[in-house]
Design a binder for this molecule. Sequence first.
Ligand SMILES: [Mg+2]
Length: 198
Amino acid sequence: MKRIYVDLDDVISRTTDTYSAVIEQEFGRQVRFEDLTSFDLKVSFQLTDREYRHFFDRIHQPDMLMGFDPVPGAGKMLARWIDAGHRVDIVTGRPPSTLEVSLAWLDRQNIAYTEFIMVDKYNRTGDDHPGMISRKQLMACQYDLAVEDSLDTALFLAEQMDVPVLLYDRPWNVRPVDHPGIIRVVSWKEMAELPCCP
Ligand SMILES: [Mg+2]
C-alpha cells in the first residue's frame, strides 16, 4: 500500500485554465495560458494590489470553484490507485473557506480519494492557520509519491520530505529542475506509463 499525495489545482482541476477568461471579463485584458510563467498570479496577470484582491475574491467564490473542468485522466488514475488499495490524499493550498465547495466539486466530478487535506503551502497565514495544517505538520506524513504543479512545493516535498515528485508540466514551472527526485510529466496518461507509478 502506497500513500500518494495529489495536489488539486491544475493537477486534478483545470483551475488556471479558467483564470484567463476571468481576467478578460473583470479587467478587459487578454492573457494567454502560455504566458502565465509565474506561479504568482499577481505577477503573471500583471495585477495591481487592488485588482489582485478583487481577482482573489472572485476566483474563490463557489460558482467559480464549481465550474472548473477536471484535468483529463486524473479521475481515472485516482480511481485506479484507490481500487488497488493505495491511499490517496488530495493536498491543497486553497483557503479553508473553500472546503465545502471543493468537496462538492470532487463529489460532482466523481473523483475518488482517501483524505482531503488543506495545507498552508505558501505560508499565507503565518503561524495562524485554522482549518489548515502547516508545512511542518505536513512533514509528519510519509508519502511514497506526490503529484504537484508548484515548483516550490515540489522542491519542498523532494528536499525536505524525501518524496519522489511528478511535476505536472505547466507554463509557471518550466524552469529546469535539478533534483533527481523530481520528474516532469505532461499528462496523467504519461504518468500512468512511468515505472514509479503504482
Ligand atoms: Mg496546483
